[in-house]
Write a protein that binds this ligand. Structure first.
Ligand SMILES: C[S@@+](CC[C@H](N)C(=O)[O-])C[C@H]1O[C@@H](n2cnc3c(N)ncnc32)[C@H](O)[C@@H]1O
Length: 196
């Protein structure tokens, strides 16, 4: 992925960019060097969010911004609710605790504010976004993507139940096929704050 990113940047003649694989919680970023830190659906997977946000704050110049996109709670995200309903095939799938790393670890605005304040950020703004989410141009393409991404959910089912679960998913994707592709509702938070 990094090689691909570097190739694309070179192709587009973008010269003020570098790509690195690193753990944001502990990476020794230069101190007070950056104007903005951006993450799309990444920060909710931090094992120690206060350590990570503190490390990112240290890398920002005073007044520098952090901008995050995170998911709102599971129930408000039609896409994942639908995929889980099809692929769980009637089983109870355990949901991770709200403070453990997961897609929903930053879904509670009170927790978001308290983590960012503890890491030295101020002026936290949390704005709700509800946008259609695109899974592919047609149900076949979307099925290949979604069934691969959530393959772990059907692994424990016997072959007949697995077939029914995947058929349900296929049917659900077909119901969401629009002239703009396969679309589901989604709900995210756009979070912005600045370093003290
Ligand atoms: C759901 S993916 C989102 C990827 C991409 N930002 C996007 O929007 O398509 C979550 C990403 O968070 C990254 N991530 C999780 N914990 C991290 C950490 N401690 N430091 C850096 N990246 C982390 C993962 O490597 C993964 O790429």
């Amino acid at each position: 992925m990094l090689r691909l990113a570097r190739r694309r940047a070179a192709r587009e003649h973008v010269t003020n960019v570098t790509f690195e694989q690193a753990d944001a919680q502990i990476h020794p970023f230069p101190t007070a060097a950056f104007g903005v830190a951006v993450s799309r659906h990444g920060a909710m997977f931090f094992g120690d969010p206060v350590a990570a946000f503190t490390n990112l704050a240290r890398a920002l110049r005073p007044g520098g911004r952090i901008v995050l996109l995170t998911w709102q709670p599971f129930e408000r995200n039609e896409w994942l609710r639908a995929f889980f309903t099809c692929l769980a095939a009637g089983r109870e799938i355990p949901v991770p605790p709200s403070d453990a790393p997961s897609p929903f670890a930053l879904s509670d605005p009170t927790r978001i504010r308290s983590l960012l304040h503890a890491a030295g950020f101020s002026g936290v703004r949390v704005e709700g976004l509800a946008e259609p989410m695109y899974f592919g141009p047609d149900p076949d393409d979307a099925f290949r993507f979604v069934s691969a991404q959530h393959a772990g959910l059907v692994r424990g089912l016997d072959p007949a139940a697995q077939g029914r679960a995947l058929d349900d998913l296929r049917a659900d994707l077909a119901e969401h096929h629009t002239e703009r592709g396969v679309l589901y509702d989604s709900a995210a938070w756009l979070i912005q704050a600045h370093r003290d």
